[in-house]
Structures are given as C-alpha cells and as structure tokens.
Write a protein that binds this ligand. Structure first.
Ligand code: SAH
Length: 502
C-alpha cells in the first residue's frame, strides 16, 4: 500500500488569491481534505472533486469537532495510504493548533509537511492599509491571543503596554473592552491609534480606525463580529492615507457569475481583483455529444471545407476532442481557414496553435456571417462546429447569401437547476448584479427562479442577444459595449459607480 502523508496547508485569511502556489498545487492532488470554519468558499472550490472532504468546523449540532478527534481523523486517513491535506485559515502555526495536530502523527511515524500560509495577523491590517511595522512608528510586531488554553488565563497588560511595537490580538472581539481597558491601565495613552479589521481580505472586510479609548464603543456600535483582528499602535494612524482595499471599484459588491463552472475562472478573477464578492452560480453546463456518423464523415473529409467557423471556446474544445476521437490531428486542417466570433474564441483557437483568419469587428453571429459571406467564393464550403441549439442568426444570414455550409452539433447546452446557494441568500444584499455571457445563461437563470423579475437583480449582458433574453425574463439590464469579458466588467464598473453616486 502507498505510504500516507499529511500536509498542513495555510489557506490564508480569506481572499483565495492569498493561498500559496505550493498550497494550491498540493491541494489539487489531495485524496482527503480536512478543513474548518475559517477557510473561505473560494478556496474550498479548489478541492478536487475526487477528494473526500471533511468539514470539522461544525457538526450537525453546530459544534466544532473536538481537537482530539481531528487529530485522530488525520491519522486514520493517513494510515489508509492517502495524501491528507489539513487546510487551516491563515497560517497553521499561528494560533492554528498545527503543533497539536502533528503530535499524534509524529508519534505514529506518519510523514508530514507544512505549507505556511499568510496569517490574518498581518494580512487583515495590510488590506486595511496598516503596515504592521514601520521605521518611524513600530520596531516590533507582537501577535497575541486573547484566548488562553484555560479560561482563567489573563494577559499581562503592563508588559504588553511597555513593548515598543505594534500589538495584534487574535480571537479578541468578545474581550475587546477588557483588552483596551487593560492596555490603558497598563500605561498606554487613551489617544493611541487602534483599530479592528473584521473579515479581513474578504469582500466583506470592514475596518474601524479609532483610539484605544474609543475603539470598544465604536466596534460595538458597528456590530463587529468574529473573525476580526485588533491592532494597537501608531501604525493604525496610517490607514487614513493608505487604505486601499475599500477604494476598489467593486469593493463589497455582490456579483453572480452564471457561466459554466469550468469557464468562469477568468471572469471571477477579474471581479475579485476589483474587490467584488463573487458568487459562482452556474446556470448552464456544456456537455459534449458522443461522436455521430455525420461528425465522423465531416471530419474525415475536412479538407473539402475551405472555412471552419467557431462561435464559442466550448466549440473549439469539442471540435478538437472529436478530431482526436476520429484518430485525426491538426495536420488535416492545413488547407482550412478559420473564423472566430470574437477574441475569447480566437484565443481558444490560438491555444491549439491556430491563428484565426477572420474575426468580425462586432462580436456577434450576424456580423460574423456577413463578414464571412463577403469573402466566400461560390465553390467554398463552410463547416460550423457548434452547440446543438446554436443561434439561428448565423445560418439565416448564410442562407440569405446562398453560402454552402454544414452545421456540426458537437455539444449540448443544459440548463442547471440544482443550485446550492438559495435565491433569498443571493438577494439579501441589494442591489445584486448578475453577469450573463450568453442567452442560454439567462434562460438557465430564469428557469431556476420563475419570479426572477421581482428580484433586485441587475443583469449585465455581453451582447444584444443576451440582453433581449434578459429583458424577456423581466430583468433590469445593461449591455457591454463589446462582446468581451473585459467589456462586461467595464460595464459593471460604470453601473456600480453610477448606482452608488445616487
Ligand atoms: N491561523 C490563523 C489564526 C487562527 S485563530 C491565522 O494565521 O490567521 C482565529 C482568529 O484569527 C480569529 O478569531 C481572528 O482573530 C483571526 N482571523 C482569522 N481570519 C481572519 C480574517 N479574515 N480577518 C480578521 N481576523 C481573522
């Protein structure tokens, strides 16, 4: 049997981009993943579907699994020969009980590794614009837990107050008043800058910058909850100038991404970089069809077609899969010319080693067909590998122009109706924006909620066809200038700026 191993991986404080490259790589090959409450959904979505997931953050009664039991689970899975990943919020050794978890493993001779993570103690202040050290203000950094092992443990506030650096308290929200009072009694000035950062680095981050004297009351008034870090020291004063995360144009804005899950990553990344809270809510999935005799026939005579036309990146991958399945490869395409509906499709082709010969200046089916027909000679044949229910505009225009074409339905677009995120949850924050990158994503969305027109959802659409579908579903809708993901994101940014000006 394969030797098992346990890897403790720090998942970082919330922003999925803050998982390390090494952590991500090992997570992608894990057999078992054990995680808890502080690991955010963005990182959980990176767990491979084949891995067993164990949530030790809450049991049925909402109580976390006791530490001894977690240690035992790690051991049991490693003994089965598995690669066990223990994902922990922040860094595994910064108040993460990583040391306790290694104890039993070491005693049982189980190999283990540690992948450090970015701790909330540094990252949450950084996202709030607080450098935890600074030559002018703080020559040391102290990370302190407000929760000792035993309930009676208390902090030596005079010793803490005498330190020359920044104090960062974890697990301290419920004892914020005690901490601030203790530090004042220990000798710190009431005007000492102090702050609390809640859900740091996530799109829900909230920051309060105050003084030691006033912080408890301000945090209480704002309803600050765990997880939050408390920062005390002169460096907190710099946040007024250096705060940046909350200046991002989509900061805290909730956006639904309705594309198929396997095609959403670039869009999701762009939105998150702008500070948005992205909820992946895939409304369609594309499923490649089994090879039919017609497809086999067309592909085995592909050199008879002078043009191959693609209207989606999904079409490009389905085409290549079909080609391979027929025992053919790119060499049979040498006499063909290629058209792509827009840059994303052209990019998918480029990854296969082919530069598109034609991309219309407006990225839509009718422009594609018109442009193509203008350059066709009478004996040209066109092959259109695409979805089984592709947009009829393309073929309508081809027919009007008496072009000779063959449609090759290579994949089906299925609407998804089994969302794990409830609709009410989606709309609790108003307004909520949904991005639609095809008419079929709108159909999937409308099918998943018959009363979607009553929801506070604004549809941001990639093009006119998509917008028509959104209007028909009764959604307030906006259309990107160009049919590209960049343009959709620009469109969202300008709507958000406008919405929040009024
Ligand atoms: N190992 C973790 C800390 C675990 S202790 C790390 O290195 O970050 C749990 C405490 O961490 C919480 O009570 C809170 O004080 C802090 N914390 C964790 N994630 C946080 C976040 N995103 N924002 C603010 N504080 C956070």
């Amino acid at each position: 049997m394969k030797q098992g191993k346990v890897v403790l991986i720090g998942a970082g404080p919330g922003d999925p981009g803050l998982l390390t490259v090494k952590g991500r790589r090992i997570l992608s090959i894990a057999d078992t993943v054990i995680y808890d409450r502080l690991v955010g959904p963005g990182i959980l979505s990176l767990i491979p579907p084949s891995a067993e997931r164990i949530d030790v953050g809450k049991q049925s009664g909402n109580h976390p699994v006791p530490q001894r039991q977690i240690n035992q689970i790690l051991l049991d899975h490693a003994l089965k020969g598995r690669l066990v990943v223990r994902l922990k919020g922040g860094d595994p050794f910064v108040f993460g009980r990583g040391g306790e978890e290694l104890d039993l493993l070491e005693k049982n001779g189980i190999p283990f590794e540690i992948v450090p993570g970015i701790t909330s103690a540094i990252a949450a202040p950084a996202y709030a614009g607080i450098p935890v050290t600074h030559r002018e203000y703080a020559s040391s950094l102290h990370i302190i837990t407000a929760h000792g092992k035993n309930p009676g443990d208390f902090l030596d506030f005079s010793a803490l107050a005498a330190l020359p650096g920044t104090l960062v308290f974890l697990m301290g929200v419920s004892s914020l008043t005690t901490i601030c009072r203790g530090l004042l009694q220990g000798g710190l000035k009431p005007q000492t800058p102090a702050s609390v950062v809640e859900q740091g680095t996530s799109s829900m981050q909230r920051t309060i910058i105050s003084t030691l004297e006033q912080l408890p009351e301000q945090a209480r008034n704002a309803g600050i909850c765990s997880p939050a870090v408390i920062v005390v020291g002169e460096v907190c004063g710099l946040a007024q100038r250096f705060h940046w995360a909350d200046r991002r144009v989509l900061n805290g804005i909730r956006v639904l991404v309705t594309r198929p899950r396997n095609r959403s990553s670039r869009l999701t990344q762009m939105l998150m970089d702008l500070g948005a809270e992205v909820i992946e809510y895939p409304c369609i999935q594309t499923i490649e069809r089994p090879l039919t005799p017609e497809t086999r026939e067309a592909l085995s005579h592909i050199s008879q077609y002078s043009w191959v036309v693609f209207t989606s990146a999904a079409g490009v991958s389905a085409f290549y899969h079909a080609l391979m399945e027929c025992g053919l490869d790119s060499r049979v395409l040498s006499s063909c010319r290629f058209a792509a509906i827009g840059p994303t499709t052209a990019q998918a082709l480029k990854k296969k080693g082919i530069s598109a010969d034609y991309i219309p200046s407006v990225y839509c089916c009718s422009a594609l067909a018109e442009g193509l027909c203008a350059s066709l000679s009478p004996d040209d044949h066109v092959l259109i590998p695409r979805a089984s229910e592709g947009n009829h505009m393309l073929t309508d225009v081809m027919r009007q122009n008496h072009a000779s074409y063959t449609e090759l339905p290579l994949y089906d677009t299925e609407l998804i109706n089994n969302h794990t995120v409830s609709f009410d949850a989606l709309c609790e924050k108003e307004p909520c924006y949904a991005i639609f990158t095809s008419a079929s994503t709108v159909r999937g969305f409308a099918a998943s909620h018959p009363h979607c027109s009553k929801l506070p959802i604004r549809a941001v659409c990639i093009g006119e066809q998509t917008a028509l579908e959104a209007q028909a579903a009764g959604l307030a809708c906006y259309v990107a200038e160009e049919a590209t993901l960049d343009s959709v994101v620009d469109c969202l940014c300008s709507i958000v700026s406008r919405d929040f000006l009024h």
